[in-house]
Write a protein that binds this ligand. Structure first.
Ligand SMILES: Cc1cc2nc3c(=O)[nH]c(=O)nc-3n(C[C@H](O)[C@H](O)[C@H](O)COP(=O)(O)O)c2cc1C
Length: 276
């Protein structure tokens, strides 16, 4: 496991999307919740376990016999609560060891194509999290036009204001090995590697929100790749896919979440052969 999940910044254990190359800096809403107590949640915007941020530590998997937040929330409510939350702070509702355990669980349990286990996760907490976003900021500053900087700078400041960031990498080696072993699917493996990364992203996003964090998903790669690689000794061959920012949820931020626009279900779901 140690070679797949690396955690920095813990004392207790060892992009509107910004399409960066074109600098299409379209503003998006900054108003930007996973698992249920035994009774259904009444408000979709209030976290059922963690209405306010606390410093209580709640184990994720180590105490399966002692139910705790994420363990006692239904999968359905967890899915429902996950949102993009941008108003984050530096408080953590759980211990760093629990964050690491959740990440280990992702690497252990989330499926990968042909069981490639190509995902590599780097967890940056506190000062290391800040450092990552300083790297992104400094690189962006050199490229973003002055008149666009206020928006971009504030956005980066918002991410830096969180508690941690998970960097999602894919290691090309297992992919290459599968391409050699199964040439029939050679052209498919890179796509399935992206799917594998996405599954880890979704699981961790949902799990961290179940624990009381707020999260948002970013794509500033490849800008910080080289500096991050040098700073945290990340192999340069690993391909950075996404950054999951997480932190305490600022008061009222969950309540302020807008109801999402929905494409009608009839345009998206087609069921055949079901019994009524
Ligand atoms: C594959 C994927 C890529 C995304 N990329 C970004 C991103 O780069 N920046 C960002 O702020 N949000 C990003 N998001 C968040 C989506 O905009 C957001 O999930 C969507 O609008 C639905 O809102 P919700 O997360 O509150 O349910 C991404 C989400 C997905 C699934």
């Amino acid at each position: 496991m140690a070679e797949s999940a690396i955690v920095f910044g813990s004392h207790t254990f060892s992009q509107a999307y910004e399409i960066i190359p074109k600098f299409c800096l379209t503003p998006r809403s900054t108003t930007a919740p996973l698992l249920r107590p035994a009774t259904p949640s009444t408000s979709p915007s209030q976290h059922p376990i963690n209405p306010t941020t606390t410093t209580t530590s709640r184990p994720f998997t180590s105490t399966m016999s002692t139910p705790s937040s994420a363990e006692t929330m239904s999968f359905k409510d967890a899915i429902h609560l996950r949102r993009s939350i941008y108003a984050l702070n530096k408080q953590s509702p759980i211990a760093d060891t629990t964050i690491e355990e959740i990440v280990r669980t992702a690497l252990k349990e989330v499926p990968s194509s042909f069981n490639s286990q190509s995902t590599r996760l780097v967890v940056l907490l506190k000062d290391d999290h800040d450092k990552f976003w300083d790297i992104v900021r400094d690189i962006l500053k050199a490229h973003v036009p002055e008149d666009k900087w206020e928006y971009t700078g504030n956005r980066i400041k918002g991410f830096r204001g969180g508690y941690g960031t998970i960097l999602f990498y894919e290691d090309p080696e297992p992919i290459k090995a599968l391409q050699t072993k199964l040439p029939t699917y050679a052209d498919k493996f890179p796509t399935w590697s992206e799917h594998t990364s996405a599954m880890h992203q979704y699981m961790l996003w949902t799990a961290l929100e179940a624990e009381g964090f707020g999260c948002n998903l970013q794509h500033y790669n490849p800008l910080p790749d080289q500096k991050a690689s040098a700073e945290w000794k990340i192999p340069l061959e690993w391909s950075l896919k996404a950054q999951l920012v997480f932190g305490g949820v600022e008061e009222g931020a969950r309540e302020a979440l807008k109801v999402k626009d929905e494409v009608p279900m009839a345009e998206r779901l087609f069921v055949h052969g079901a019994s009524s």
